[in-house]
Design a protein around this ligand. Sequence first.
Ligand SMILES: Nc1ncnc2c1ncn2[C@@H]1O[C@H](COP(=O)(O)OP(=O)(O)OP(=O)(O)O)[C@@H](O)[C@H]1O
Length: 303
Amino acid sequence: MEYIVETKNLTKRFGKEQAVSGLEMKIPKGEIYGFLGPNGAGKTTTIRMLLGLMRPTSGSVHIFQKDLRKERIRILNKVGSLVENPSYYPHLTAGENLEALRKIIGVPKTRIKEVLKIVRLEDVANKKVKGFSMGMKQRLGIAASLLNNPELLILDEPTNGLDPSGIIEIRQLIQRLPHDYGMTVIISSHLLSEIDQMATTVGVVSKGKMIFQDSIEEMRKFAKQKVVLKVSDSESAWRALLARGMRADWDEKNITLLNQSDENVATAVKYLVKDGFSIYRVEEEKKSLEDVFLQMTKEERLV
Ligand SMILES: Nc1ncnc2c1ncn2[C@@H]1O[C@H](COP(=O)(O)OP(=O)(O)OP(=O)(O)O)[C@@H](O)[C@H]1O
């Protein structure tokens, strides 16, 4: 597997505090990697280390399969990033702001038009930035990060402070990048719901540790359905199921089956009827992906 980003035992300590702890991040090419974790989990510290802005206490960062310590400039020339809220000259237009950056980076003038088109700001290229909405400013920030035609784009909480329509705009923009431009994207957030529909791979950090890293489909598997039985004399009914070798939980009210296959549910119902219990309801409860994420970060399930 060719990884665009691979960290090994990446660790950052601030005094006694371990902000990032033995992180093994693996990001295949062309993925949109949702880097998730509650506030203070270590996302920004990790991103700063990926961008060479902060030196790891120990461990290594490889980007494009090159060691960041040894080939920093060569690597960073092909990386775009938006780490803090970008600052602009409010009295200059979108195009003029990008022009100022373009001169520093040294890319052809034609690139300005291209990046404005990618972020769908070409119609307001000649408007002053001071009249822009938060969402437009954020898209301009992404345009700036695309000036050097990066192969890897790193966005730290790009939807922070945006309204729902601004979030959707950013989502649509990011979703196109791997397909249309062959980019790999890392996008951090403390809210799964914000990146749920755009990430293809997810890394979840909690207290500096990676507690889950896999495809979003794998994460969805944790959002399994629960089948709940509402029955008469539920405690006895639960004990009767256990006595028959079935796996079930009881919360002093209802029974939850731990194996939710159709067959297993049918067997449980058959036993309960046989044992003389009345079945009032057989209900399905589905956990949202957000519930799964919250549960993961609470339990710190280690992978
Ligand atoms: N320069 C620093 N000096 C000391 N401690 C720091 C420094 N930067 C971060 N930390 C600490 O490291 C931990 C991780 O912080 P970090 O900013 O990386 O988390 P985060 O996941 O990005 O959170 P947020 O979403 O709030 O930005 C926190 O406990 C923070 O207080």
